[in-house]
Design a protein around this ligand. Structure first.
Ligand code: IPE
Ligand code: MG
Length: 227
Protein backbone atom coordinates (compact mmCIF):
# COMPACT_ATOMS: atom_id res chain seq x y z
CA UNK A 1 0.00 0.00 0.00
CA UNK A 2 2.22 2.78 -1.28
CA UNK A 3 1.71 6.43 -2.13
CA UNK A 4 -0.02 7.93 0.90
CA UNK A 5 2.62 10.64 1.33
CA UNK A 6 2.65 11.68 -2.33
CA UNK A 7 -1.15 11.73 -2.41
CA UNK A 8 -1.22 14.16 0.51
CA UNK A 9 1.58 16.28 -0.93
CA UNK A 10 -0.31 16.64 -4.23
CA UNK A 11 -3.15 18.12 -2.20
CA UNK A 12 -0.87 20.41 -0.24
CA UNK A 13 -1.55 18.45 2.93
CA UNK A 14 0.61 16.72 5.55
CA UNK A 15 1.61 13.09 5.08
CA UNK A 16 -0.66 12.09 7.97
CA UNK A 17 -3.65 13.15 5.87
CA UNK A 18 -2.56 10.63 3.25
CA UNK A 19 -2.26 7.86 5.81
CA UNK A 20 -5.72 8.65 7.20
CA UNK A 21 -7.25 8.50 3.74
CA UNK A 22 -5.34 5.31 3.05
CA UNK A 23 -7.41 3.60 5.73
CA UNK A 24 -10.52 4.15 3.58
CA UNK A 25 -8.88 2.21 0.76
CA UNK A 26 -8.03 -0.51 3.25
CA UNK A 27 -11.67 -0.86 4.27
CA UNK A 28 -12.92 -0.89 0.69
CA UNK A 29 -10.29 -3.41 -0.44
CA UNK A 30 -10.89 -5.70 2.52
CA UNK A 31 -14.65 -5.72 1.96
CA UNK A 32 -14.28 -6.23 -1.79
CA UNK A 33 -11.88 -9.16 -1.32
CA UNK A 34 -14.22 -10.81 1.17
CA UNK A 35 -17.16 -10.38 -1.23
CA UNK A 36 -15.13 -11.92 -4.06
CA UNK A 37 -14.42 -15.01 -2.00
CA UNK A 38 -10.70 -14.36 -1.64
CA UNK A 39 -9.56 -16.43 1.31
CA UNK A 40 -6.41 -14.55 2.22
CA UNK A 41 -5.48 -10.91 1.98
CA UNK A 42 -2.16 -9.69 3.37
CA UNK A 43 -1.55 -5.96 3.68
CA UNK A 44 1.94 -4.54 4.03
CA UNK A 45 1.11 -1.87 6.58
CA UNK A 46 4.49 -1.15 8.20
CA UNK A 47 7.92 -2.45 7.30
CA UNK A 48 10.98 -2.98 9.48
CA UNK A 49 12.55 -0.17 7.42
CA UNK A 50 9.63 2.17 8.17
CA UNK A 51 10.98 2.50 11.74
CA UNK A 52 13.63 4.77 10.21
CA UNK A 53 11.05 7.42 9.26
CA UNK A 54 10.84 10.60 11.36
CA UNK A 55 9.56 9.81 14.86
CA UNK A 56 6.49 12.00 14.36
CA UNK A 57 5.40 9.98 11.33
CA UNK A 58 6.04 6.64 13.06
CA UNK A 59 4.00 7.82 16.06
CA UNK A 60 1.20 8.99 13.77
CA UNK A 61 1.12 5.63 12.00
CA UNK A 62 1.03 3.73 15.29
CA UNK A 63 -1.82 5.93 16.57
CA UNK A 64 -3.69 5.43 13.33
CA UNK A 65 -3.22 1.70 13.69
CA UNK A 66 -4.75 1.69 17.16
CA UNK A 67 -7.71 3.84 16.12
CA UNK A 68 -8.29 1.79 12.95
CA UNK A 69 -8.25 -1.46 14.89
CA UNK A 70 -10.80 -0.02 17.32
CA UNK A 71 -12.96 1.30 14.52
CA UNK A 72 -12.73 -1.59 12.07
CA UNK A 73 -13.42 -4.46 14.45
CA UNK A 74 -17.06 -3.99 13.45
CA UNK A 75 -16.23 -4.30 9.72
CA UNK A 76 -14.33 -7.51 10.48
CA UNK A 77 -17.13 -9.00 12.56
CA UNK A 78 -19.86 -7.94 10.09
CA UNK A 79 -17.94 -9.56 7.24
CA UNK A 80 -16.87 -12.71 9.10
CA UNK A 81 -13.18 -11.82 8.67
CA UNK A 82 -10.41 -13.15 10.88
CA UNK A 83 -7.52 -10.82 11.68
CA UNK A 84 -3.97 -12.06 11.83
CA UNK A 85 -0.56 -10.37 11.93
CA UNK A 86 2.96 -11.18 10.74
CA UNK A 87 6.21 -9.47 11.55
CA UNK A 88 8.47 -8.74 14.47
CA UNK A 89 5.39 -7.92 16.53
CA UNK A 90 7.22 -7.62 19.84
CA UNK A 91 8.83 -4.42 18.57
CA UNK A 92 5.43 -2.71 18.31
CA UNK A 93 4.37 -0.28 21.04
CA UNK A 94 2.49 -2.03 23.86
CA UNK A 95 -0.70 -0.15 23.08
CA UNK A 96 -0.69 -1.35 19.47
CA UNK A 97 0.09 -4.92 20.49
CA UNK A 98 -2.71 -4.94 23.05
CA UNK A 99 -5.30 -3.66 20.57
CA UNK A 100 -4.02 -6.00 17.87
CA UNK A 101 -4.22 -9.05 20.13
CA UNK A 102 -7.69 -8.08 21.23
CA UNK A 103 -8.99 -7.90 17.64
CA UNK A 104 -7.18 -11.14 16.75
CA UNK A 105 -8.82 -12.84 19.74
CA UNK A 106 -12.28 -11.44 18.96
CA UNK A 107 -12.20 -12.52 15.32
CA UNK A 108 -10.44 -15.86 15.69
CA UNK A 109 -13.49 -17.98 14.81
CA UNK A 110 -14.34 -16.01 11.66
CA UNK A 111 -14.08 -18.12 8.53
CA UNK A 112 -14.82 -16.14 5.38
CA UNK A 113 -11.42 -14.53 4.91
CA UNK A 114 -8.18 -14.07 6.82
CA UNK A 115 -6.85 -10.54 6.76
CA UNK A 116 -3.18 -10.51 7.70
CA UNK A 117 -1.44 -7.28 8.59
CA UNK A 118 2.28 -7.22 7.98
CA UNK A 119 3.51 -5.01 10.82
CA UNK A 120 7.12 -4.31 11.57
CA UNK A 121 7.55 -6.88 8.83
CA UNK A 122 10.61 -7.44 6.71
CA UNK A 123 11.26 -10.57 4.72
CA UNK A 124 14.95 -10.68 5.60
CA UNK A 125 14.15 -10.35 9.31
CA UNK A 126 11.62 -13.16 8.91
CA UNK A 127 14.19 -15.38 7.21
CA UNK A 128 16.79 -14.59 9.88
CA UNK A 129 14.29 -15.51 12.56
CA UNK A 130 13.50 -18.74 10.70
CA UNK A 131 17.17 -19.69 10.45
CA UNK A 132 17.63 -19.04 14.16
CA UNK A 133 14.59 -21.11 15.16
CA UNK A 134 15.60 -24.03 12.97
CA UNK A 135 19.21 -23.82 14.22
CA UNK A 136 18.06 -24.10 17.81
CA UNK A 137 16.01 -27.18 16.91
CA UNK A 138 19.00 -28.71 15.15
CA UNK A 139 21.18 -28.00 18.18
CA UNK A 140 18.64 -29.65 20.45
CA UNK A 141 18.34 -32.66 18.12
CA UNK A 142 14.71 -31.90 17.29
CA UNK A 143 15.48 -31.55 13.58
CA UNK A 144 18.39 -33.13 11.74
CA UNK A 145 20.05 -30.98 9.06
CA UNK A 146 19.49 -33.53 6.28
CA UNK A 147 15.74 -33.36 6.92
CA UNK A 148 15.49 -29.61 6.39
CA UNK A 149 13.30 -29.08 3.36
CA UNK A 150 11.02 -26.36 2.02
CA UNK A 151 8.13 -27.44 4.21
CA UNK A 152 10.27 -27.09 7.36
CA UNK A 153 11.19 -23.57 6.30
CA UNK A 154 7.54 -22.77 5.56
CA UNK A 155 6.55 -23.99 9.01
CA UNK A 156 8.96 -21.56 10.67
CA UNK A 157 8.07 -18.44 8.72
CA UNK A 158 5.63 -15.89 10.17
CA UNK A 159 3.36 -16.93 7.28
CA UNK A 160 3.25 -20.57 8.42
CA UNK A 161 -0.55 -20.55 8.31
CA UNK A 162 -0.80 -18.92 4.88
CA UNK A 163 -0.53 -20.33 1.37
CA UNK A 164 1.98 -18.94 -1.15
CA UNK A 165 1.07 -15.59 -2.68
CA UNK A 166 -0.96 -15.74 -5.91
CA UNK A 167 -1.17 -12.04 -6.70
CA UNK A 168 0.94 -9.19 -5.38
CA UNK A 169 -0.31 -5.66 -6.00
CA UNK A 170 1.89 -2.62 -5.47
CA UNK A 171 0.40 0.83 -5.86
CA UNK A 172 1.98 4.24 -6.58
CA UNK A 173 4.05 3.30 -9.63
CA UNK A 174 7.06 1.86 -7.78
CA UNK A 175 8.22 -1.36 -9.37
CA UNK A 176 10.00 -3.12 -6.57
CA UNK A 177 9.24 -5.61 -3.80
CA UNK A 178 10.84 -3.79 -0.84
CA UNK A 179 11.42 -6.76 1.44
CA UNK A 180 7.90 -8.19 1.26
CA UNK A 181 7.33 -11.97 1.44
CA UNK A 182 10.42 -12.73 -0.66
CA UNK A 183 10.26 -16.49 -0.13
CA UNK A 184 6.48 -16.62 -0.49
CA UNK A 185 6.21 -14.73 -3.80
CA UNK A 186 8.46 -17.12 -5.74
CA UNK A 187 5.59 -17.81 -8.18
CA UNK A 188 3.31 -14.86 -7.46
CA UNK A 189 1.93 -12.78 -10.30
CA UNK A 190 3.14 -9.20 -9.87
CA UNK A 191 0.87 -6.26 -10.60
CA UNK A 192 2.04 -2.66 -10.52
CA UNK A 193 -0.33 0.27 -10.79
CA UNK A 194 0.40 4.01 -10.79
CA UNK A 195 -2.67 4.65 -8.59
CA UNK A 196 -1.67 6.11 -5.22
CA UNK A 197 -2.98 4.01 -2.32
CA UNK A 198 -5.65 6.49 -1.06
CA UNK A 199 -7.12 6.49 -4.61
CA UNK A 200 -7.11 2.69 -4.86
CA UNK A 201 -10.73 1.57 -4.83
CA UNK A 202 -12.84 -1.45 -5.63
CA UNK A 203 -12.62 -1.00 -9.41
CA UNK A 204 -8.82 -0.82 -9.27
CA UNK A 205 -8.81 -4.10 -7.38
CA UNK A 206 -11.07 -5.62 -10.03
CA UNK A 207 -8.67 -4.41 -12.75
CA UNK A 208 -5.79 -6.17 -10.97
CA UNK A 209 -7.77 -9.39 -10.64
CA UNK A 210 -8.91 -9.31 -14.27
CA UNK A 211 -5.26 -8.89 -15.31
CA UNK A 212 -4.31 -11.78 -12.99
CA UNK A 213 -6.96 -13.99 -14.59
CA UNK A 214 -5.40 -13.42 -18.02
CA UNK A 215 -1.98 -14.62 -16.89
CA UNK A 216 -0.89 -18.19 -17.56
CA UNK A 217 0.70 -19.62 -14.44
CA UNK A 218 3.06 -22.34 -15.55
CA UNK A 219 5.13 -22.93 -12.41
CA UNK A 220 8.07 -23.89 -14.58
CA UNK A 221 6.07 -26.24 -16.81
CA UNK A 222 5.21 -25.79 -20.47
CA UNK A 223 1.99 -24.26 -21.65
CA UNK A 224 0.91 -27.64 -23.10
CA UNK A 225 1.41 -29.38 -19.79
CA UNK A 226 -0.95 -27.14 -17.89
CA UNK A 227 -3.71 -26.66 -20.45
C1 IPE B 1 2.48 3.99 2.30
O1 IPE B 1 2.61 5.30 1.86
C2 IPE B 1 2.24 3.87 3.78
C3 IPE B 1 3.35 3.33 4.58
C4 IPE B 1 4.50 2.91 4.12
C5 IPE B 1 3.13 3.21 6.01
P1 IPE B 1 3.98 6.08 1.95
O2 IPE B 1 4.05 6.73 3.29
O3 IPE B 1 5.12 5.18 1.61
O4 IPE B 1 3.78 7.18 0.83
P2 IPE B 1 4.85 7.79 -0.18
O5 IPE B 1 5.61 6.64 -0.78
O6 IPE B 1 5.74 8.69 0.60
O7 IPE B 1 4.02 8.50 -1.19
MG1 MG C 1 6.25 4.84 -0.04
Amino acid sequence: MDGNGRWAKQKGMLRAFGHENGTKSVRETVEACAELGIENLTLYAFSTENWNRPKLEVDTLMKLLVSSLKKEIKTLLDNNIKLSAIGNLKSLPKKVLRELNEVIENTKDNKRMTLTLALSYGSREELLNTVKEISIKVKNNIISPENIDESIINEHLYTRNLPDVDLLIRTSGEQRISNFLLWQIAYAELYFTPILWPDFKRLHLYDAIIEYQKRERRFGKTSEQIS
